[in-house]
Design a protein around this ligand. Structure first.
Ligand SMILES: Cc1cc2nc3c(=O)[nH]c(=O)nc-3n(C[C@H](O)[C@H](O)[C@H](O)COP(=O)(O)O)c2cc1C
Length: 409
C-alpha cells in the first residue's frame, strides 16, 4: 500500500476530497492531509485527522513540524492537490512557497507522481493565466487532471467542476500503478485536424479531417502519464484529458507552430496526423484582375473566380531539422483513398523514400468509420503492427514510443 500527501485548497469542492480520502484509507493507503489556510475554512481539521489518523499540516512554522516540507516529500509515493484552486495552481506554477503545499512542491522529486485536480468557476478555469499555469505545470511533469463540464456551485455552467470521487480514485490508482511501470514519461507533439487555406478574408479551402483520431491518441498518451502538446485545426476534436492545446490555421501557420514547438522544448516524439493542405491559394483572378488572399476582404460573388494555387512542401520532411532533439521519433500518417493494394503500397513507398520517418501509419478512407479504424504501422518496409480501432491504434503508437526508449531506429 502507498503513502499519499493529500493537499486541499480553498474550494467549495473540498467535501468531495473527504470522500476520496476515506476511500483511500479503506483501500489501506496512508494519507497525510495538507491544507492551505483557506481549505480549513471549508473542512475542519478534526474531520481530516479523524479520517486519516494524522494531524493536518497547514502551518509550516508549527512547533515540531519545521522540517515536514522536506520529510513528507521523501515519505510520500504520490502527491495530489485536490481540490486545486486557481490561486494555488497559479502560485505553484510561479514557484511561490508561502504555503506548505508550495514548499513541498518546490522540494518535489519528479520521479514520483504529483497530480492536480482543478476545481473552480468556468471563468477562472478558462482564464489565460490559469490555463498557462496548468500548461506550465503539465510541461514540468505534473499530471493535470481534467475537469468536468456542468453547473458549478455559483450556478455558472462550463468546465471547471472537480471530477467525481470515483474518477479521482481511478486517476490516483492509475498513477500509482504507472509509477511502478517501466516507462518514463515522454514529451510528445501530436498534430490533428485540417488546415484552412484562405481564399479571401472570409472564405477558405479545407478538408474533412475531424481530429477524432488525434484526440484518441492524445488521450491514450495522457492516460499513460506522458506529456502531450496538441496542435489542432480550427474546430477539430480535442482530448478529454488536460494538455497544452494550440490551434493552427493554414499551411504556413501549422508549419511555423510546429517549428516553434520543436525548437522551444525537447520532444521525444512527434505524431503528425494533421491533414495539411498540399496547396495554398497564391492568387485569385476575378474580373481580369489578380489579388493575393491576404489583400482581399471579400471577393464579389458575381464572377466565378480562378484560383491560382501554389504547391506546399511536406512539413514532415523538415521535422528533424526543426527539432531541438535530433533523435526525435517521427511518426507520419499516409491516408489513401483506394481499395487497390498496389496503389496503397506505392503511396507508402513514396513516403518512406522521401521522409526520414521512424514509423508510417497507413490508413485508407474506406476503412475508417467511427471508432473503427483499420491501420497498418510500418517501420521501414517492415509491418510492425496492425490495428482495427482508433483505441488500438493509439495503444500501438504509445507502445512504439515507450519501447524505443527515445532512440531513432
Ligand atoms: C465560498 C467560496 C468558494 C470558493 N470556491 C473556490 C473554488 O472552487 N475554486 C477556486 O479556485 N477558488 C474558490 N474560492 C476562492 C478561494 O478560496 C480563494 O482564492 C483563496 O484565496 C484560495 O486560497 P488557497 O489557494 O490558498 O486555498 C472560493 C471562495 C469562497 C468564499
Amino acid at each position: 500500500m502507498s503513502r499519499i500527501n493529500f493537499h486541499l485548497s480553498g474550494s467549495i469542492a473540498a467535501f468531495k476530497a473527504c470522500e476520496v480520502i476515506s476511500a483511500l484509507i479503506k483501500q489501506g493507503h496512508e494519507v497525510q492531509p495538507i491544507c492551505t489556510a483557506s481549505a480549513l475554512k471549508f473542512i475542519g481539521p478534526a474531520t481530516l485527522e479523524g479520517l486519516t489518523g494524522k494531524p493536518v499540516l497547514s502551518d509550516l512554522f508549527e512547533p515540531g513540524r519545521h522540517m515536514d516540507h522536506i520529510r513528507l516529500v521523501k515519505w510520500a509515493d504520490l502527491s495530489i492537490v485536490c481540490p486545486a484552486t486557481a490561486d494555488l495552481i497559479n502560485k505553484l506554477a510561479a514557484g511561490i512557497a508561502d504555503t506548505a503545499t508550495g514548499a513541498l512542491f518546490l522540494a518535489h522529486d519528479f520521479s514520483k507522481p504529483w497530480l492536480i485536480a482543478p476545481a473552480m468557476n468556468p471563468a477562472m478555469y478558462g482564464h489565460p493565466i490559469t490555463q498557462s499555469s496548468l500548461a506550465k505545470l503539465a510541461a514540468l511533469g505534473v499530471r493535470v487532471l481534467a475537469t468536468a463540464k456542468g453547473i458549478v456551485a455559483c450556478g455558472d455552467v462550463g468546465l471547471g467542476r472537480l471530477l467525481e470521487p470515483s474518477q479521482l480514485l481511478t486517476e490516483i490508482t492509475h498513477a500509482l500503478l504507472k509509477k511502478s511501470s517501466a516507462h518514463p514519461a515522454r514529451r510528445i507533439l501530436v498534430t490533428a485536424g485540417g488546415t484552412r487555406e484562405p481564399i479571401d478574408g472570409v472564405r477558405c479551402i479545407t478538408n474533412l479531417s475531424t481530429g477524432a483520431t488525434g484526440a484518441v491518441i492524445a488521450d491514450e498518451l495522457l492516460a499513460r502519464g506522458h506529456n502531450v502538446v496538441y496542435l489542432h485545426g480550427e474546430g477539430a476534436k480535442t482530448p478529454s484529458r488536460f494538455c497544452e492545446c494550440q490551434t493552427f490555421g493554414g499551411f504556413s501557420d501549422i508549419d511555423q507552430k510546429m517549428r516553434e514547438q520543436l525548437q522551444r522544448q525537447s520532444f521525444d516524439a512527434v505524431i503528425h496526423l494533421a491533414a495539411v493542405s498540399d496547396f495554398s491559394v497564391d492568387q485569385i483572378e476575378t474580373a481580369g484582375q489578380r489579388f493575393s488572399p491576404e489583400n482581399f476582404g471579400k471577393m464579389p460573388s458575381t464572377d466565378a473566380p480562378i484560383l491560382h494555387l501554389k504547391k506546399n512542401f511536406k512539413i514532415i520532411d523538415h521535422l528533424r531539422e526543426y527539432s531541438q532533439n535530433k533523435k526525435i521519433q517521427i511518426i507520419g500518417f499516409k491516408l489513401t483513398h483506394s481499395s487497390d493494394p498496389a496503389h496503397q503500397q506505392q503511396a507508402i513507398a513514396k513516403l518512406q523514400a522521401t521522409s526520414k520517418v521512424d514509423l508510417i501509419v497507413h490508413n485508407d478512407a474506406s476503412n475508417i468509420q467511427g471508432d473503427q479504424h483499420m491501420a497498418s504501422l510500418f517501420q521501414g518496409t517492415q509491418l510492425w503492427a496492425q490495428s482495427q480501432t482508433k483505441t488500438e491504434l493509439a495503444q500501438a503508437l504509445a507502445r512504439f514510443i515507450e519501447e524505443k526508449n527515445g532512440e531513432t531506429l
